[in-house]
Structure formats: structure tokens, C-alpha cells
Design a binder for this molecule. Structure first.
Ligand SMILES: [Fe+2]
Ligand SMILES: [Fe+2]
Length: 281
């Protein structure tokens, strides 16, 4: 395994001009200097820098997953309308990488994240081309993106600074079709999958949900009277782009049940079986 330090390589090659519509416009519309780290306690700014760097890294991982998903769908000869819809998703995620990295930079710079670049390629259990594509769509879109859309929307509504709010608005706008895609794909693919393949999709979805649950450990929370358990002003927490942790976790649990497990069940995919119970009720 070879490790690498995650860094956002924003190049100024001529290629960037071709992507002005994506990268340039999205980045230039924010007044980055208005997000002043001196307005917040240094310890909270450090946490926010780490969180926004992790957001950038997660967006990068999603870009890699979506690229792999696209290739698997091409191999599986998925209909062109579905292929065309998903073909812009990677570019969306690259915009999100840069936006999140810019927030971290505005707050004083990105935090170091070491990772194995080869691990960006997801291991897929299924062998048949359509089942492989379906496994990736279910894990990335039906679980990952369907879960992230309401959570990002919650964070966007709580975001109390024009920069964090604007960045989250852009991300939410792009993510909605990513979340919707999984169900459009399953409309077409689910009737073509065997009972055994559907059962495997259920296990795969359940495992993906379990991995997300570890992300819901309290970040900054337990607020009462406008102050978090750690003594941070809730207003600062919101300006830096977080929801209060208790509200975030409650929303995540509701979303898993209503927007992931229930719709998957309608396609004969049981993601509730043998799933560890979430902690804290
Ligand atoms: Fe994204
Ligand atoms: Fe996305």
C-alpha cells in the first residue's frame, strides 16, 4: 500500500479554461475573504478546517466512485439516457472538492489527510456486469448520495455565513440528481436482476449504511441556550457550516429509514436485515 497526502491540485493549465463553467464560476462567486477565522475561537476554527478538508476528501472519493460506477454501467450496456444523466456527476464532485478546499483555505489552510490512492477503487463483490453496476449504484447513489442530500440540506439551512451557506447551496443543488439517479437506475435494472443478486445488493447496502453510521459521532453539539457542550457559541458553529450534532444525528437516522431503506425495499432490496442497531436509540 502506498500512502499519499491528500492535496487539492488546482492547476492553471489551459484545461481549466474549458471548465470555466464548472470550476471558475463556482469558485469566483464567493467572497472568500469575508470568512474571517479571527472571528471565531482558534480551537473551533481548527475543527472547521479539519472538517472542511475531510469534506473535500470525501467529495474526491465520491468522484472516484462515480467514475468507477460510470465505467461499470458502460460495460453493462445500461441505456444511454441513464449513462448520459450520470456522465456529469464526476465534474460536479470536482467542483465540490475545490469549494470545500477553499473553505478550509479561507479558515487558515487544509488539514493533513494521508490515504492510499489505490483504495479509491471500490471492491465489488458481484461478477456479472449488470450486478456489478447495480452494486456500485446502490452503494454510491441509493445509500451515499440519498443520505447526503437531506444532511447537506440541513447543514445548508443552518449555515449562517454567506460563504458556508453559498457553498452548501451549490453542493445541494448538484447532489439532488445524484440522489435521484439511483432510483431511476433501479426502475430499469431491478427487474433484470436475479433474486440472489437483489439479496446481495441488500447486504451491500446494509454494510454501506453501517460505515456511514460511524460518521455520526458527535462533532460539535449538545447545545442549550445557544452554547454547545464544549462551550462554543451555536451561532459560530452554524456560521462555520455545521448543524448541531444532536439534530444532525436525528436527521441522519430518519433519512436512513425513510429515504434509503424504505425505497430500496420497494425494489426488493432488503437493507434492514442483519444491520447493527444504531447507537443512542
Ligand atoms: Fe458532492
Ligand atoms: Fe454527489
Amino acid at each position: 500500500m502506498s500512502r499519499a497526502r491528500f492535496d487539492v491540485r488546482v492547476s492553471r493549465t489551459r484545461a481549466r479554461r474549458f471548465h470555466a463553467r464548472h470550476l471558475g464560476a463556482a469558485v469566483d462567486e464567493h467572497d472568500w475573504s469575508s470568512l474571517d477565522p479571527r472571528a471565531y475561537p482558534p480551537h473551533l476554527v481548527d475543527r472547521a478546517r479539519i472538517a472542511w478538508t475531510e469534506n473535500a476528501f470525501n467529495e474526491y472519493c465520491t468522484a472516484a466512485g462515480l467514475a468507477q460506477m460510470q465505467q461499470a454501467m458502460l460495460v453493462a450496456r445500461v441505456p444511454l439516457d441513464l449513462l448520459a444523466m450520470a456522465s456529469g456527476f464526476v465534474a460536479d464532485e470536482l467542483v465540490h472538492v475545490e469549494l470545500c478546499a477553499r473553505v478550509a483555505r479561507a479558515l487558515g489552510g487544509g488539514a493533513p489527510i494521508d490515504y492510499d490512492p489505490a483504495a479509491l477503487e471500490l471492491e465489488v463483490e458481484a461478477a456479472a456486469p449488470l450486478a456489478r453496476a447495480a452494486e456500485l449504484v446502490v452503494r454510491i447513489c441509493c445509500v451515499g448520495e440519498a443520505l447526503s442530500v437531506p444532511l447537506l440540506t440541513g447543514a445548508m439551512r443552518a449555515a449562517a455565513h454567506p460563504v458556508t451557506r453559498g457553498v452548501l447551496q451549490r453542493i445541494v443543488r448538484d447532489e439532488a440528481p445524484h440522489g435521484a439517479f439511483g432510483w431511476l437506475f433501479l426502475d430499469w435494472a431491478a427487474p433484470r436482476l436475479t433474486a440472489r443478486e437483489l439479496a446481495r445488493l441488500g447486504r451491500s447496502a446494509a454494510a454501506t449504511i453501517s460505515r456511514y453510521e460511524t460518521l455520526w459521532e458527535p462533532l460539535v453539539g449538545g447545545a442549550s441556550d445557544g452554547v454547545t457542550r464544549e462551550g462554543f457559541a451555536l451561532r459560530h458553529v452554524h456560521e462555520l457550516g455545521w448543524m448541531e450534532a444532536g439534530a444532525y444525528q436525528a436527521l441522519a437516522r430518519r433519512t436512513i429509514a425513510a429515504d434509503v431503506i424504505a425505497p430500496l425495499a420497494r425494489y426488493g432490496i432488503d437493507a434492514a436485515a442483519r444491520r447493527p442497531r444504531p447507537r443512542g436509540g
